[in-house]
Design a protein. Structure first.
Length: 94
């Protein structure tokens, strides 16, 4: 039996006054089962992740901090997408 491990890394740029750019690698924690999908909001401010734990998490793309934990699906969340205006997140499950 093969186990697939999916890690979502977020590279956060920090720009200093002298013009140098430093990238910080953040490994957010929040899901307790395998991540199945991720999507950026249309404005790039947020990243939403879905997982087999039936949850959807919305992260701040800049800081990597958890913004919203959405629960309610009774099965694994398999996909999602933001609306064109970025106001809504549509999710689906099995």
């Amino acid at each position: 039996m093969k186990i697939l491990v999916t890690l979502v890394f977020i590279l956060l740029p920090t720009i200093f006054l002298n013009g140098q750019v430093q990238l910080n690698l953040v490994l957010p924690s929040g899901h307790n089962k395998q991540v199945t999908d991720f999507v950026f909001s249309t404005d790039g401010k947020y990243i939403a992740t879905t997982a087999e734990d039936h949850a959807v998490i919305i992260w701040d793309a800049r800081s990597g901090k958890l913004v919203h934990l959405l629960k309610g699906h009774v099965n694994s969340v398999t996909s999602m997408d933001f609306s064109a205006d970025g106001k809504y997140l549509v999710t689906c499950s099995r």
